[in-house]
Design a protein around this ligand. Structure first.
Ligand code: AMP
Length: 282
């Protein structure tokens, strides 16, 4: 496994692989890797000859009051996780490598990015779209892998690739959870013991949504009200949103038949966590 910090080194390596006729899978991350990230790397390893992982805490996707400064980092630990999961190249640039002083171009999107997390995090998806476009242009992968945990991000990236004719297959991978149900997240490290326990309301509410949908409930309000009761029973939890939306548009739907996304964001103390249930039909 190679670890590089410059765009030039990534390009040279990938160029050589392509010359040899090898396919390239790509997993973009912000680092502090866990089994969720590793599941994407493993999927990329299975579907491609070579796997590139980027580790870049992208300042552009954080708002001024968000957790950029405190976000956990540990490149040595990340290297071991990447190696274990089957990565061939880690691209870990410094911000100056990605954003020169004169940087002034952005990739922006309307509608899809204005719902759910976009309401609380207005600059987030512009930062995500811009950095992912840059990373796609640097790595030039055949396929890129994203977690369904960030369901809106996955929908946004799929939309961007279609709208801007990027010749890259986008693959969504299932949510990886802790044994007790909490969705794995680098941000779980912010939780103290009491908050860690309280955070279980997210997966509990998501399980309830799944149970209701599987038993035939199709009215969004019924699902949302039961999930809200579960979260509100926990004093440390504060709901940002619980919504049932269309998988394609992220717009709220009152009723559904064959597919829906039940998405939630909840503050546990100061930590904002997300979770969701993808219903894609029987
Ligand atoms: P991040 O480092 O948080 O930007 O995440 C990088 C990628 O890993 C994104 O595509 C996430 O959706 C994905 N990811 C994060 N947590 C999980 C998880 N628990 N299960 C599956 N994928 C995940």
């Amino acid at each position: 496994m190679i670890v590089v910090k410059t765009i030039k080194e990534v390009r040279e390596t990938v160029k050589q692989w392509k010359k040899e006729g090898l396919t390239v899978g790509f997993v973009p991350t912000m680092g502090y890797l866990h089994e969720g990230h590793q599941s994407l790397i493993k999927a990329a390893d299975k579907g491609n000859d070579r796997v590139v992982v980027s580790i870049f805490l992208n300042p552009m996707q954080f708002g001024p009051t968000e957790d950029l400064a405190t976000y956990p980092r540990d490149l040595e630990r990340d290297k071991a996780k990447c190696l274990e999961a089957g990565a061939d190249l880690i691209f870990a640039p410094e911000p100056e490598e990605m954003y020169t002083d004169n940087f002034q171009s952005f990739v922006d999107m309307h509608l899809l990015t204005e719902e759910l997390c976009g309401l609380t995090r207005p600059v987030h998806f512009r930062g995500v779209c811009t950095v992912v476009t840059k990373l796609f242009n640097i790595v030039k992968p055949d396929r890129a892998y994203f977690g369904k945990k960030d369901a809106q991000q996955l929908a946004v990236i799929k939309r961007m690739v279609t709208d801007l004719n990027m010749d890259i297959e986008i693959i969504g991978c299932p949510i990886v959870r802790e044994d007790d149900g909490l969705a794995k997240s680098s941000r779980n490290t912010y939780l103290n013991a009491e908050e860690r326990k309280a955070a279980l309301v997210l997966s509990k509410a998501v399980r309830k949504a799944e149970e209701l949908i599987k038993s035939g409930v199709r009215e969004s309000a019924d699902i949302i009200s039961q999930m809200t009761d579960i979260v509100n029973a926990e004093p440390l939890a504060k709901i940002d949103y619980i919504k049932v939306v269309s998988l394609d548009t992220m717009q709220q739907i009152t009723k559904f038949t064959d597919s829906a996304l039940v998405a939630m964001a909840v503050y546990i103390g100061k930590t904002r966590l997300i979770d969701n249930y993808f219903y894609e039909g029987e």
